[in-house]
Design a protein around this ligand. Structure first.
Ligand code: ADP
Length: 644
């Protein structure tokens, strides 16, 4: 059913209103609604707009103006009793669609009303049409943007540059409805633009493959880094034998430079390109530039990765990288060869399933804080490798292994040499010492001669000490004192300390001895342990001034023997503390008259390590020094290294 048209009346005079409704509007098929409350008009029309409104002077001009403003599509017809032409013209000027007067006959009145209603319907239709047109163009733009967005996503996910560039050109052609499109990149060597991707609606079209940038439109785009739009239907010659009716060129910019041009063409169609098309193309060109940059990064990255891989695989040192669960991430050729492994991909294998070398496996099982020290491992073929363990955050652990077999051999030869030479030097020195003692007996010496003899004796004594230190060190390092027995530390300590009574009273020093009854037994070599204590106590006496205090403490703690030798002497400069256990190292703050070889602490450390113990020093220059030794207590039946 067709809804009948509706006319609203705001007429004060009932007779007039009735005449309009009954005689004119209703017979013509209009539905009539009478309104009387000014205040309700707006609200009423918001819900349901009539096809026209007929009013008379009773409706306030203010309300009428508001209706004109708020309902521009509503024809408002004025009814007046005053039929003078001035009055009628004035109403038209005020904006009324039609003016009815009391003099109009029915036909005239109906005609005017019908015209107004017809106008309103025309406007309405036009409006709907425009609305649709706008919606369509908006929808197209949304679609275009979605397509752009999709391409953007593809670009970040794809590393296939050719595919991405072809995609960009295809999108350029399809989004702009062009006949052809292409993407040319600058070849830096030749200075030409070279075709990288093309798309054409007609497959047989051939694209230009190479264009010089000198004196061409494309070159212009590269130089100015600005887009160019041409068009107007005329055929324009862009290059030799390349005629187009319309085109858009946009530059591909990477960093500060134009590296190429994205172009679309119409060669037959007369359709030109708009600013909107240029904008789409610019967005696509940006995508293409990003893809090219990504590809550059990827290639550079890949090259670096390959280089690193080649270096790691081919270095002579062993390289092993493990993840946090100690599964293999990388194992290089040197490593495979050293552990007698076949060449294959071990990635992801737990290390223990691949490598059976127990030295290495034990090292990896240590707590990460122990890794820093690294260590040595013995390979099956007898070679010795030094291992450095480096924890790497978010990766795991890198193990680098360096062959030190030759160094070990050198060290052995050197120790042997030192030991032989020392041994051979000892006999002539004993003879020299003997004869210096005899000199005085064969005839009287004057005072200066006696002084000289004393100096010779002191020097020979010094050399003899040095030689016996070297010999001792050689023996300990060579593992010649490996035999261990169960030793009661307390009597051993007392014995050692008793032998220093003379030195202590000479320097008027006080010795504080604190040996706890709990002090445990240890497995050890009694001669070496005594030497260890003697070296530390004699240092404490030597490096503590006359009248000073020193002491020895021994106790059991956590199943270990803790032994401390402390003094109130000169101390050791902090920066030098790491070096004092090295051979021949003597600190820079030595008192002038204190002689020594710089081997005492090296010997102590070797003895401690030979007994599976640890030693460290704490010292404050000018206040004193404490050496602490920790040895495993002898809780077991067997010594710690039973094979010895
Ligand atoms: P030295 O024969 O010189 O005493 P050591 O190997 O026994 O050689 O000691 C190395 C160096 O460590 C000493 O020269 C000295 O500088 C320092 N040192 C050792 N013990 C002490 C100590 N108790 N007080 C101060 N310095 C010490």
């Amino acid at each position: 059913m067709v809804r009948s048209k509706r006319i609203a009346l705001f007429i004060e005079d009932d007779i007039v209103a009735n005449r309009l409704a009954v005689q004119i509007l209703q017979p013509a098929g209009y539905q009539v609604e009478r309104l009387s409350a000014e205040a309700e008009l707006q609200a009423r029309f918001q819900i349901d707009l009539p096809n026209a409104l007929i009013i008379d002077e009773s409706l306030a001009p203010k309300v009428v103006r508001a209706l004109f403003k708020d309902f521009p599509l509503l024809p408002i017809i004025f009814y007046t009793g005053d039929a003078s032409s001035e009055a009628i013209i004035q109403r038209y000027q005020e904006g009324f669609q039609a003016v009815l007067t009391a003099q109009d006959d029915q036909v005239q009145a109906l005609l005017a009303i019908n015209r107004a209603v017809q106008r309103q319907e025309d406007w309405q239709r036009w409006l709907e049409f425009e609305q649709k047109r706008h919606t369509q163009s908006l929808e197209k733009r949304v679609e275009d943007l979605e397509r752009l967005h999709r391409i953007g996503g593809k670009i970040s996910a794809s590393l296939n540059l050719d595919q991405v560039l072809t995609e960009v050109v295809t999108a350029a052609v399809e989004l702009t409805n062009a006949e052809e499109g292409n993407l040319m990149l600058l070849d830096e060597e030749s200075g030409n633009l070279v075709l990288r991707a093309a798309h054409s609606v007609e497959e047989q079209r051939t694209n230009i493959l190479r264009v010089p940038i000198y004196d061409t439109l494309l070159g212009e785009v590269i130089r100015t880094q600005k887009a160019v739009t041409l068009g107007g239907g005329e055929l324009t010659k862009i290059q030799t034998a390349f005629l187009v009716r319309a085109l858009v060129y946009v530059p591909l910019i990477m960093g500060e430079q134009a590296i190429g041009v994205l172009g679309i063409y119409n060669r037959e169609r007369e359709q030109t390109f708009s600013e909107y098309h240029q904008m789409l193309l610019e967005a696509l060109a940006d995508y293409a530039a990003i893809a090219i940059q990504n590809a550059h990064y990827y290639t550079a990255n890949e090259r670096e990765r390959q280089k690193l891989h080649t270096i790691l695989t081919n270095v002579r040192d062993g390289v092993l990288v493990l993840d946090e669960e100690q599964r293999i991430l990388l194992i290089n050729a040197a490593c495979l060869q050293a552990f007698g492994l076949q060449e294959q991909d071990y990635s992801g294998w737990p290390i223990e399933q691949v490598i059976s070398n127990q030295d290495l496996i034990l090292m990896l099982k240590q707590s990460p804080s122990q890794w820093i020290k690294g260590g040595e491992i013995r390979l099956e073929d007898g070679r010795i490798w030094n291992c450095q363990l480096t924890p790497i955050e978010n990766v795991g652990l890198a193990v680098t292994m360096h062959d030190i077999t030759h160094l070990k051999e050198l060290d052995r030869i050197k120790s042997e040499f030192v030991s032989t030479v020392s041994h051979d030097l000892r006999s002539p020195l004993t003879a020299i010492l003997g004869y210096t003692e005899l000199i005085g007996r064969v005839g009287p010496l004057n005072e200066r001669q006696q002084e000289f003899v004393k100096r010779v004796q002191a020097s020979v004594q010094g050399i003899t000490t040095l030689i016996s230190d070297l010999l001792d060190l050689g023996r300990i390092e060579a593992g010649l004192d490996a035999r261990k027995e169960l030793i009661d530390i307390r009597p051993l300590l007392r014995q050692s300390l008793d032998s220093f009574a003379n030195f202590l009273s000479e320097k008027e020093q006080q010795l504080v001895v604190e040996i706890a009854p709990s002090t445990p037994q240890v497995w050890g070599n009694p001669v070496r342990l005594q030497q260890m204590i003697a070296n530390l106590v004699s240092n404490a006496i030597k490096y503590t001034p006359k009248g000073g205090k020193l002491g020895v403490r021994a106790r059991l703690e956590d199943g270990q023997l803790i032994l401390q030798v402390w003094d109130t002497g000169v101390g050791i400069p902090v920066a030098e503390q790491p070096y004092i256990f090295e051979k021949f190292y003597r600190a820079s703050n030595l008192p002038e008259d204190v002689s020594g070889t710089g081997l005492g602490l090296t010997i102590v450390k070797s003895i401690v390590e030979d007994h599976q113990g640890r030693i460290w020093v704490e010292s404050t220059p000018g206040q004193g020094t404490t050496f602490t030794i920790v040895l495993p207590a002898a809780a077991m039946e067997q010594p710690p290294n039973p094979q010895a």
